[in-house]
Design a binder for this molecule. Structure first.
Ligand code: TTP
Ligand code: MN
Ligand code: MN
Ligand code: MN
Length: 370
């Protein structure tokens, strides 16, 4: 039901937002192997190298047919000599030795396991590994997490990011079995329905879109991401906070990790991508026991569609969307679009209009899996 004109897209483009990137591609196995390389760079905190692999994997993901020859890969952007030799090894043997040795590395497995805990980044993971810890069970002992630990409701009034981070690791460790369970599409839809019914009682007439991996067609999601607004801008004021209070009181939200837009003095030091009101939470459906991660993003009506585009992902798509916009004299982020020359705000009325303003061909969300 969408106007998909593949002729406007170009799989050789340097921008992921100019390529169609399906969930599963003709070179899926190769992509998964190369993604191991990306992942090891990620957990080692080698950001530049990680980005190089992320770009290479994304380019191959958009390639329309199964790669048979080295020269096919040589024509693609972001595939340098190192990548070419890996691809050649794969074409010849079906294996990539550097990937095999990474998968055989105990350090890689420990760092990956540690990084899977929400709130643990590469620095913390490496620090913990440096202490001699190798398994999540040892991490639990280190952080003093008892199996039954539910964590604490993080007080948004507290202005202590480190304490918050430390607490969050403890909370995430306590919930790690629940949070490792992927959410099927019907599960996402049920959570969305319940949330909208609750929101209707706090502020009738809100609209929302489920974004993130779900919108890109993933059969299972790690969390639920929802963008909300109200057609009447004044109704969105303070709505995120009011809604969280309600969900917390009703026991549907048990933890809130980060609430931006609540304290103006927090705005400057935030490391987040945008300035929307959002709440990253732990959520549980009434009558259920499995705790889920749910991200709530509240936008003004004028910036609703940029928020939807900005939170649909994938990360690579979003990164290149920002670069693309910049190249065209525009600034894009989830909280809005502006013209650089005069800082004029642009307010697209539909998702298609976001693409039109950026001079991009329409790409269905399911083709944004760069
Ligand atoms: P995620 O929920 O982290 O990822 P995902 O939905 O693509 O996959 P998963 O199934 O693992 O949940 O992020 C959703 C999108 O939101 C992501 O593609 C980019 C965007 N995003 C931001 O704009 N700002 C942020 O701070 C984060 C974490 C994500
Ligand atoms: Mn992490
Ligand atoms: Mn998500
Ligand atoms: Mn999310």
């Amino acid at each position: 039901p969408y106007e998909f004109n593949p002729e406007d897209l170009d799989y050789r483009s340097r921008f992921a937002c100019m390529r169609a990137s399906p969930l599963k591609c003709p070179n899926q196995e190769l992509c998964e192997m190369l993604d191991v390389m990306r992942q090891t760079r990620e957990v080692e905190g080698e950001e530049r190298s990680e980005l190089s692999y992320r770009r290479a994997v994304a380019v191959i993901k958009s390639y329309p047919t199964k790669i048979k020859y080295r020269r096919e890969a040589e024509k693609l952007p972001y595939i340098g000599t190192k990548l070419i030799s890996m691809i050649e090894e794969y074409l010849d043997t079906g294996h990539i030795s550097e990937v095999d040795s990474t998968l055989a590395s105990p350090r890689f497995h420990s760092l990956t396991a540690f990084s899977s805990i929400y709130g643990i980044g590469p620095k913390t993971a490496q620090y913990l590994y440096g202490l001699g810890l190798t398994t999540i069970e040892q991490l639990e002992t280190y952080y003093g997490v008892k199996p039954s630990e539910q964590g604490v409701m993080l007080d948004s009034e507290k202005d202590a990011r480190d304490v918050m981070e430390e607490n969050w690791i403890k909370v995430a460790l306590g919930l790690r079995h629940d949070l490792a369970i992927k959410i099927p599409r019907e599960g996402v839809e049920e959570i969305h329905r319940v949330i909208m019914a609750e929101l209707d009682e706090v502020e009738p007439g809100c609209v929302s879109t489920v974004v993130g991996g779900y919108r890109r067609g993933k059969t299972e999601s790690g969390d639920v991401d929802i963008v909300f607004t109200h057609p009447n801008a004044s109704r969105t004021k303070g709505l995120c906070k009011r809604f969280m209070k309600r969900l917390y009181e009703k026991g549907l939200v048990t933890h809130v990790m980060h609430l931006s837009g609540f304290h103006t003095h927090n705005a400057l030091r935030t490391t987040h991508w945008d300035s929307l009101e959002k709440a990253l939470t732990i959520f549980v459906l009434p009558g259920h026991t499995t705790r889920r991660r749910v991200d709530f993003i509240f936008a003004q009506p004028e910036t609703y569609w940029t928020a939807v585009v900005g939170w649909t992902g994938s990360l690579m798509f979003e990164r290149d969307l920002r670069l693309w916009a910049k190249q065209r004299g525009l600034k894009f982020d989830s909280s809005g679009m502006t013209r650089r020359r005069d800082s004029k705000h642009l307010y697209p009325q539909t998702e298609k209009e976001v693409f039109d303003i950026l001079g991009l061909p329409w790409i269905d969300p399911t083709m944004r899996n760069a």
